[in-house]
Design a protein around this ligand. Structure first.
Ligand code: ADP
Ligand code: MG
Length: 698
């Protein structure tokens, strides 16, 4: 049996050491197998050949068949160009080259018949084709099919004439040399169950499709395979970890939970909250450590779910803590939760960087003796001096602000790791969650508590600032508060800061009768806190800020969010910012300010914000537009998005199917030890050997 992975690419006929070096360096192609796995990025239908007499203004790339009649060179030096007349008997068209003149005239001889591929453009009233692709008619590759693959190449490769066409030829040679089918890399039952194309067929058709239909099936098979191994990798790791690490079994629901539920909880839980609490209860009662991601839009009631889960831990005799990314947020959580749990007779404490040593000592003592049941805090919770009697449950709010290592440190505070619930208001599309957080179980609160008035979002041009200020004044006169947010992007920090400060001056001038505060990331922490506090207390009515307010502050009285240069924010970020208002009973507004000169795509993006308040829809759209690699919450996950053919933004269904099959396989053979799974284990090792640093969460 041939092992393509062991054959060095330099031995492939037509490659040799020089080209091999380029392939190694530019495309990371080292072996025959690597080349075979280098797929076209697009296909062009070359089944139709046009006549020159048919060419009109609206044609994309077309194929012609004919002969070069004559060459002509024009101009000097850098402005030198080559033209040729190309005829097919029905007419003549001019071809133009601006570089590679010697190469062209040496290679393509007048009188020989060629297929020509290119895009006709109108120049001085006549059609011409610049830099066409020419192939001798008897080229076997062109005759195999109408669909031709195009391969990505780099500038260095092109300079060495190692272009898409050359790559295609190499792959053709390689495939022609494969007589017997390659060993199948997916388990036979999976292929049968999902009716997938066999490996050899798929590889042939991805490079040289017999038909559109064959191409689609080949793509499906190869995408499935890629996602199958990715999921297998993630799931195997998770399962092994779960097996190794037992967890606390919290199977008891006691007085704290019940009293809270029946006597303190001031409202009915939403169906979504009930469902999620059930999921968490099942996890915590299973004897395995829980690692769960809780997603829900801002205001969907995640904190309440967290609190009720913490009460289950306390009912089972354990302590729980909640970690928030900022001091203000921690303080708000503390105050909100304290009011609800103190009537139950529980002791709850707040620990942040600004808690003085004097107050810190009794808190730390209480944690050690177990008298403190619940601890709320910031990163300060991670310090080595913070030790618990029996920490059983950890909640991490707004998880994307914490790195993986920080979480691991909390984890390590016990011999048996506590159950972990991470909460985020940045909705992550399901497909992405299954990959980035593939080892976390995901719960979703997809419902807001009743009675909320949906926030109204408007797109407004800079030119209408006067009207904007009039509307804002009306809200302020009704006693409401407003945020005005400016972008602050690292690279252009200085000019952004200037924008912010000018904006602040402008607002102070326009609203002399109101108090304005300002917050930005460059401020000292204490100053920032002080400014925020002015807004939280209601002393200031307007807050001019950068995105530092994105996470955190809860000011139900704020009803207006104005976002300046909205086009510079990602959709997910806009959605987060918008979530700062609409927290009270009043109608709230979010105004996206932009210049009149935005392009069509940007306008579409911003218009989506005005159409929906659904964070998941927005996240999906954001991922479609920007691609999964740029999504918030993915960068620090350590997972490289170097998928070869699958696209997380588009292939959600395939991903789900692949994940189901991977799970089923592990259900039957968790360690992939059975002889029939040998090939799977081998593939898995081969694929992930190269990606040792695929960090996984927690
Ligand atoms: P999140 O953390 O998801 O942003 P919170 O838990 O802070 O949301 O809840 C937002 C507000 O809604 C809080 O004031 C909370 O008391 C309230 N709330 C939560 N659940 C419900 C519910 N089921 N019915 C009514 N109000 C609720
Ligand atoms: Mg919250």
């Amino acid at each position: 049996m041939i092992d393509l992975a062991s054959l060095n690419i330099k031995y492939l006929p037509g490659v040799g050491p020089k080209r091999a070096e380029l392939l190694n360096k530019e495309l990371e192609i080292f072996t025959y197998l690597d080349l075979l796995h280098y797929y076209p990025y697009k296909y062009i239908d070359r089944s139709k050949t046009y006549k020159i007499s048919e060419i009109d203004g609206a044609m994309p790339y077309i194929q012609l068949r004919g002969r070069i009649v004559s060459y002509n060179t024009h101009g000097e030096g850098a402005r030198r160009r080559l033209t040729a007349l190309f005829s097919d008997g029905t007419g003549v068209i001019e071809l133009v080259w601006f570089k590679g003149i010697r190469y062209i005239t040496d290679r393509y001889k007048p009188g020989t018949e060629y297929t020509l591929f290119g895009r006709p453009t109108l120049f001085n009233g006549k059609f011409n084709i610049a830099h066409p692709e020419l192939d001798p008619i008897d080229d076997r590759i062109d005759n195999t099919t109408g669909l031709q693959g195009y391969y990505t190449t780099t500038e260095k490769m092109k300079n060495a004439f190692l272009n898409s066409k050359a790559l295609q030829k190499m792959i053709y040679t390689l495939l022609a040399g494969i007589q017997e089918p390659l060993p199948e890399t997916l388990p036979a039952p999976v292929i049968a169950h999902r009716q997938l194309m066999g490996l050899t067929d798929a590889l042939r058709n991805i490079h040289f499709p017999v038909s559109i239909n064959h191409l689609r099936r080949a793509e499906l098979r190869l995408k499935f395979e890629e996602l199958f191994y990715l999921q297998l990798h993630i799931l195997r790791y998770t399962r092994l970890r779960n097996q190794k690490l037992g967890g606390f079994r919290f199977d008891h629901i006691g007085d704290y939970f019940n009293n809270f539920y029946h006597h303190i909880l001031p409202f009915e839980l939403t169906q979504a909250q009930k469902r999620v609490i059930k999921e968490i209860r099942a996890d915590m009662g299973s004897g395995r450590q829980m690692n769960r991601l809780l997603q829900g839009d801002v205001g969907s009631g995640k904190t309440l779910v967290a609190l009720m889960s913490m009460l289950i831990a306390v009912d089972n005799g354990y302590q729980a803590c909640l970690m928030a990314p900022t001091e203000i947020l921690a303080t708000q959580h503390y105050e909100g939760l304290k009011a609800m749990v103190e009537p139950l007779g529980l002791r709850i404490e707040l620990l942040t960087g600004s808690v003085t040593k004097k107050r810190r000592v009794p808190i730390l003592d209480g944690l050690l003796t177990g008298e403190v049941n619940l601890l709320i805090g910031t990163h300060a919770l991670l310090e080595d001096t913070v030790n618990f009697a029996n920490l059983g449950f950890v909640v991490i709010d707004e998880q994307h602000r914490f790195g993986v290592e920080q979480r691991a440190r909390l984890w390590n505070k016990n011999k048996i790791p506590p159950h972990i619930l991470v909460m985020t208001a940045t909705p992550i599309p399901r497909t992405l969650a299954m990959t980035v957080y593939g080892d976390l179980d995901v719960s979703v609160i997809d419902q807001l508590p009743p009675g909320r008035k949906p926030i109204q979002t408007l797109l407004q041009y800079d030119s209408r600032r006067a009207q904007l200020y009039a509307a804002l004044r009306k809200q302020l006169q009704m006693g409401r508060q407003a945020y005005i947010v400016y972008p602050l992007i690292q690279e252009s920090e200085k000019s952004d800061l200037k924008n912010l400060e000018e904006g602040y001056d402008l607002i102070c001038e326009a609203f002399p009768e109101y108090q304005v505060c300002m917050v930005h990331g460059k401020m000292k922490a204490a100053e920032k806190e002080a400014q925020m506090q002015r807004f939280v207390s209601g002393e200031a009515q307007i807050m001019v800020a950068t995105t530092v307010i994105e996470v955190g502050v809860n000011v139900p009285n704020a009803s207006v969010m104005i976002i300046e240069n909205a086009e510079r924010f990602g959709l997910a970020q806009l959605h987060q910012l918008r979530g700062r208002v609409g927290r009270g009973a009043e109608q709230s507004y979010c105004i996206l300010m932009t210049s009149y000169k935005i392009n069509q795509d940007t306008r579409k993006r911003l218009e989506l914000m005005t159409e929906t308040n659904d964070g998941f829809r927005i996240a999906e759209a954001d991922m479609q537009m920007r691609g999964p690699g740029d999504m918030e919450g993915t960068q620090q996950s350590g997972i490289a998005f170097n998928l070869q053919i699958a696209n997380l933004a588009k292939d959600g269904q395939i991903l789900q199917a692949a994940r189901d099959e991977a799970n089923a396989l592990l259900d039957s053979d968790e360690r992939l030890e059975r002889p029939e799974n040998y090939i799977v284990r081998k593939e898995l090792n081969r694929i992930f050997e190269r990606q040792k640093n695929w960090g996984l969460i927690s």
